[in-house]
Write a protein that binds this ligand. Sequence first.
Ligand SMILES: *Cc1c(COP(=O)(O)O)cnc(C)c1O
Length: 412
Amino acid sequence: MTRFNTQLVHGLPVNDNNTGAVNPPIYNSSTYAFESVETMPRWDYARSGNPTREFLEQQIAQLEHGTRGFAFGSGLAAIHAVLSIFQPGDRIVVGKNIYGGTYSLLNEYFAHWGVLVEAVDTADYEALDEAVSGRSSEGASHARPAKAVYYEVLTNPLLQVNNVTRISEVAHRYGALSIVDNTFVTPYLQQPLDLGADIVIHSATKYLAGHSEVNAGLVVVKNDELGQKIYFAQNRLGGVLAPVECDAVRRGIQTLALRMERQQENARAVANYLLLHPLVKAVHYPGLPGHEYELESNGLKGAGGVLSFEVVPGMNPADVLNNLNIFHLAVSLGAVESLAELPCRMTHFELPREERLKVGITDELVRLAVGIEDKQDLIEDLGQAFDIAYERYLQRHEGEDLFAAVAQHVYA
Ligand SMILES: *Cc1c(COP(=O)(O)O)cnc(C)c1O
């Protein structure tokens, strides 16, 4: 058996290559000819399966140590297919800070069709146990255990760490599935199926494809029974990934390890810089020095390339963001180029302000998705933007007693 980095580059061998091409072929065909009416060909219609998609699906199954993989037209299409294996009346316990699109999909669609959704802090194992068992549900005396726990290993945008082993233990205690969105982590930093998860989901749009050029989703399952259910959902709901885009994801996966190493190195450097900057109040990144135990004890080989920080009270974070030259002001993450965004106005604007503040997403919080550029350029870019933001701050308070202005924010 080959090792991880070799698997990234080569996947499983393709046996239909008569040309010597070193890349697997892209089959742009929606239909495949039968040899005769009596024979059933391996491929008949591309939604049901095609060789280009199968290459990617087998590769992600190999990388995540699962039995079977599935490729979808977006992360949300993948999540839709996974959630559709549940029935009306089934209860799903979800992490409190899951991706907003997933939360909306559950509450705006699946809830209408009778799937019950309960949000908990998945790092509070007592609360999680209560929620999964049904003891904390309405009408608790006859509530049945949940059918699944759905969570993300690193939460967005505060980068809290969820422990797959412990959450899966609680889920399995009550016969529930442990379903992990591993988008922020990737199999390079953790393989959740090895730690007890049953289903792993990726928005491959992010790190796996890695170049901000494709929307894609991947699912990997632990066993054949789940594999059959997800295959049925994939083929019936039909949100499959097109062959050319399967190849774009495959090409991205080849460099995952190299990109992630550089992204982490850059993210660490940027986080350390921010930690010491006088205009920064807090930095959220589990890869900060001194957090090694937190990563290790949660089964993580690294912290990834996303981090967030809060500017000091009174500073306008938009004055920093609007003046960046190398970081693009954009949502999404995991690609070669660095991106910066303001969660309260961009990724998390749909969340009512009170709800946002409750989960720690303040108006001053900035999220960075660090790319593979030179770290010194990224740091200098932030530095000059902070300088401009500080000038603006002084202008806004011209003629005022600055200490009083700051004190007003600090003690308000
Ligand atoms: C982006 C994202 C998704 C949704 O993926 P799309 O490809 O945009 O549909 C789901 N989960 C997480 C954690 C994400 O970051």
